[in-house]
Design a protein around this ligand. Sequence first.
Ligand code: BG6
Length: 480
Amino acid sequence: MKKSLFPENFLWGGATAANQFEGAWNVDGKGASTSDMLTGGTHTVPRRVSKKIEEGVHYPSHEAIDFYGHYKEDIALFAEMGFKTFRMSINWTRIFPTGMELEPNEAGLKFYDNVFDELKKYNIEPLVTISHYELPFALTEKYNGWAGREVIECYTRYCEVLFKRYKDKVKYWLTFNEINCGTMPLGGYLGLGILNEGTESFMNQVDIPQLRFQGLHHQFVASAKAVKMGHEINPNFQIGCMIAYMTTYPFTCNPDDILVAQDRVKMHNDFCGDVQVRGEYPYFAKRFFDDNGITIKMEDGDLETLKEGTVDYYTFSYYMSNCASADPKLDGTGGNLLGGVKNPYLKASDWGWQIDPKGLRYTLNELYARYEIPLMVVENGLGAFDKVEADGSINDSYRIDYLKEHIVQMAEAIKDGVKLTGYTPWGCIDLVSASTGEMEKRYGFIYVDKDNQGKGTMERKKKASFDWYKKVIATNGEEL
Ligand code: BG6
């Protein structure tokens, strides 16, 4: 066998988020989170943000795929695939139901002890996102989410509990999922828990950029404080950032297109990465704030805090790429958090996300050149409709093709000299879609029998990609 390009201890695995797969939304003391208030939708019908739980309405996170009740079975399946790592998040509201308690909820902590112990049984290293698109809804009601500076303290109290309790069980942490979603209107509620008067539709929120960027500043400070505290509690902790990387090409070589594309990369990708990796706002932030009438209120010590709490590694999600153009009349295309202009050289998924494996190699090189710290791809994958055949098999060859091509490009990037240390494809088991609330937008190696209306037996079934990925891991990425 040829020698693999992937390092020997490469972290192969899969990724999930608590609010999209745990279910048990009000069990054992858990409080309601921002995601628990989102109704089901489809790619044509947007999800609604409801301020109260409404009778007879479907809220996909409430039951999700009930990992809460199936964690042993699910982890056994991950182990069978040979996972070295498992990316999961903790539901903040299991630990602090309103975010404002001073003492944590023991039943919530115990659940994650059980999950970590189960992972340990199979030598699977947990990779834990502390906050993945959920905030105690009570903090939204009281402070308008992260717009309120008070939330920093609620978050650091939560982090302290996690770091102390799981000091010897978890080494890899991520402070916030896709923190840069706060640079876009969609991230107002999704990432920051900001719910402005008049917002009903998740896709079309009432947006106040001043509040969003202030909220983001609070998250930066909170993240930096957490990194510093984590390292004091256990110097072996590896604490990273997580960015939804929006790979953007200029649509043409017209200098106007080049500048539009550069602007998007600066504000939507580099802005957050620079603060979290370099510990300071980038040079271009000032002009952006001036042009948009934004003034960030800072307290004494904030800038020092950012410097003291820089991350150990950089992680990101990568699903697709987009083009940017100065011409507003050009055809748009869908995307993860942000759409763009269609690229004539690329095909797209059923949800309009353009498939671009080479863009991943390009992105890995861009990021490594900028930061020169270890990188991990902690989300990547194809959301698709899967069909269960009469004999029970699920032949998701399209998913295998997608993942295979991306792994080939990761190997190329490693050959280029990029330090890539892990890969956790998204939704390794089918789960609820964040953008649409659908179950039928599936990403998994493991199928879960449940539909968009929440009906199904919850039975788990292996897809063709299950055995394929198992072989990829067993050969350390050599046999694709
Ligand atoms: C990322 C999020 O943006 O994309 C996940 O971190 C999300 O939470 C994933 O599920 C895929 O997006 P979607 O909308 O297809 O679920």
